[in-house]
Design a protein around this ligand. Structure first.
Ligand code: FES
Length: 105
């Protein structure tokens, strides 16, 4: 099911979180374009978006968890830096009518 998520107006290396169907989704833009992931790190299941007010960050096409610094490829979900070894959940997206849409199961 496609859900309208946010206006397609993020600058590169910015992200936003939205709640869609009871799930917290992180939508960001790295240099390869927009991506969407469930806002939960695979290390300790904490939010990727923030840790006590400190935001997660996008750098070199990787999404970095603010808790313990794990890095992920936000397009495939693959862990690319310890302490995480398992992938995060990625979601399909499309850009249409000036909005980013996210596919939820
Ligand atoms: S919870 Fe993300 S690195 Fe530990």
């Amino acid at each position: 099911m496609w859900m309208k998520a946010i206006p397609a107006e993020l600058a590169e290396n910015e992200f936003r979180t939205v709640e869609l169907n009871g799930q917290r989704v992180l939508i960001g833009r790295a240099s390869k374009g927009y991506f969407a992931v469930i806002d939960q790190c695979s290390h300790q299941k904490l939010p990727l978006s923030e840790a006590n007010g400190l935001p997660g960050r996008i750098h070199n096409n990787l999404l970095e968890c603010p808790h313990h610094g794990a890095k992920f490829d936000p397009y495939t979900g693959q862990a690319r830096g310890l302490p995480a070894i398992r992938p995060i959940k990625t979601l399909k997206i499309k850009e249409e009518g000036g909005y980013i849409w996210v596919a939820l199961e």
